[in-house]
Design a protein around this ligand. Structure first.
Ligand SMILES: [Zn+2]
Length: 290
């Protein structure tokens, strides 16, 4: 199969790139995810797809949310500007008459990261800490998708039963404490809440409250890693996403792991493909499954 157009639909950004057979990316583009309705998301996708549809052989789509039978259903609709349900496959098919593969973005990224480590591991967990908290599980060298596309939604494991209400409707999920949205939501400048990136800036400049918010996020991620490691006996966990890749965050998660008994400490490393794990992973996955 020749060139693919890969899309990665996240809560904050939609990335697109051409992916060659050897996995090299070119023509990478990125737009802000529209905070609105299905029409706006369709228009954004059309803008990215139209220039490339005649020069690729298939389209590979990684998206936040649950991908099941070609539909996107948001576990936490707030991550997609309130959009809870979207006919993703039909929408893209109406723009380009090409073979299409869709999977969850955490699952796609897990597949890319596993390929980079495949000589070293059989069982791996990818964690993205970004607008939300997501993930993907490689078990016995296979990507777990689940019968309903749900596998790997580890951001909705419980961290604090007394914690904030999560957008999924359950109180105290890891995502409600650790995600970029959660990090930004608890801090204010004037009357406005601020972005996670701004909280990190403040934390680096010595702001105690910002440091506490970032530490709490890292603590929730370390706790989740411990729970999943004790359930699955992982070889490695891989951290990605804009918050996961932020300077100093990995070290904070590892520092919290060090406070736990040894059996809970899964080796943790940063994503080899950085922000491009989803794009590369979904293109690789499509080549194996189309
Ligand atoms: Zn939740």
């Amino acid at each position: 199969m020749g060139k693919a157009l890969a899309l990665d639909i996240g809560g904050t950004k939609i990335a697109a790139a051409l992916v060659a057979e050897d996995g090299q990316l070119s023509d990478r583009q990125q737009i802000i995810t529209p905070r609105g309705d299905a029409t706006q998301l369709s228009a954004a996708l059309e803008k990215l797809i139209t220039p490339f549809r005649d020069s690729v052989e298939f389209i590979a789509v990684a998206s936040t949310g649950i991908i099941n039978n070609g539909r996107l259903t948001a576990l936490n609709p707030a991550n997609l500007g309130g959009l809870a349900d979207f006919p993703l496959q039909d929408c893209i098919q109406s723009m380009a008459h090409l073979p299409i593969i869709l999977i969850n973005d955490g699952q796609a990224a897990a597949w890319a990261e596993y390929q980079a480590l495949r000589d070293e591991c059989n069982n791996a967990l990818f964690v993205t800490v970004s607008t939300g908290v997501g993930g993907g599980i490689i078990w016995n060298k296979k990507l777990l998708i689940g019968q309903n596309g749900l596998a790997g939604h580890i951001g909705h494991t419980a961290f604090d039963p007394q914690g904030p209400m999560c957008g999924c409707g359950r109180r105290g999920c890891v995502e409600s404490v650790a995600s970029g949205s959660a990090i930004g939501a608890v801090m204010h400048e004037g009357k406005k809440t601020i972005s996670a990136a701004r909280v990190f800036e403040l934390a680096h400049s010595g702001d105690i409250q910002a440091q506490q918010v970032v530490n709490q996020s890292a603590t929730a991620i370390a706790s989740m890693l411990a729970d999943i490691h004790i359930a699955l006996d992982l070889d490695v966990a891989i951290l990605g996403g804009s918050v996961g890749l932020a300077e100093g965050y990995l070290e904070k998660v590892i520092a919290t792991q060090q406070t736990l008994p040894n059996v809970y400490r899964v080796p943790l490393k940063l994503a080899h493909h950085r922000q491009d794990s989803g794009l590369i992973g979904v293109a690789l996955w499509a080549r194996e499954t189309l």
